[in-house]
Design a protein around this ligand. Structure first.
Ligand SMILES: C[S@@+](CC[C@H](N)C(=O)[O-])C[C@H]1O[C@@H](n2cnc3c(N)ncnc32)[C@H](O)[C@@H]1O
Length: 191
């Protein structure tokens, strides 16, 4: 998660809770977001035996090496990304961890081609900023279907008050979809 990306936690049948990042747009280095994810994985692994954790659009899955549970083989990771090179790198770097790698897309998830069930924790970081509302809502519904009861879904999204938005657009040509709290909650409407 990069600077001021909202980080939502949608526990099943509970109200939406927000972390401080949605209230504080202070830029946050990506490593902090990875540590946040690693903490979530560790926290699930403390309460469940060998939980299945699903990372959608995993990139290089760097949070895996920050998670004590993953390093100790107490969490089963499933990592999906559309980029075969990223997936090959995850498979190579984390061969000693319990990580299943999948080259796949959001469309594969929507079309139920991803045969993963009873997911204790699912998350997507660096993906929703690129998805329009319809696609993001459909993906949220599809990910919920894969969760075990009470399994949380974590969604990271840059917020409209991101201070470096202009820089990202002008200098990096990154045209992201920014979402506030209400817009993120709206993505759960199909659930
Ligand atoms: C900004 S990176 C984020 C990587 C990692 N999750 C992180 O937070 O560092 C975005 C990743 O999303 C993947 N991606 C983008 N669109 C995708 C799609 N439609 N289906 C699957 N992966 C996608 C890209 O290949 C890339 O690895």
């Amino acid at each position: 998660m990069g600077s001021s990306r909202a980080f939502e936690r949608f526990p099943r049948f509970e109200s939406v809770s927000l972390t401080s990042t949605i209230k504080d747009p202070t830029p946050e280095p990506p490593c902090v977001g990875r540590m946040r994810l690693a903490r979530e994985i560790d926290s699930i692994a403390e309460t469940q035996d060998n939980p299945r954790v699903l990372s959608i659009a995993c990139g290089h899955l760097r949070e895996a090496e920050l998670s004590v549970a993953v390093r100790e083989g107490r969490a089963r990771m499933t990592a999906l990304d559309q980029d075969p090179e990223s997936i090959a790198r995850v498979a190579r770097d984390y061969a000693s961890f319990n990580v299943t790698t999948i080259v796949g897309t959001v469309v594969d998830v929507l079309r139920r081609r991803l045969k993963v069930r009873d997911v204790a924790l699912a998350y997507a970081a660096g993906l929703y900023d690129y998805l329009d509302t319809e696609l993001a809502a459909a993906l949220t519904e599809a990910l919920f279907r894969m969760l075990a009861p009470q399994g949380p879904l974590l969604i990271a999204n840059f917020t409209p008050d991101t201070r470096d938005a202009a820089f990202m657009e002008a200098c990096m040509d990154w045209h992201l979809i920014y979402r506030d709290e209400r817009q993120l909650v709206e993505l759960t409407r199909r659930i």
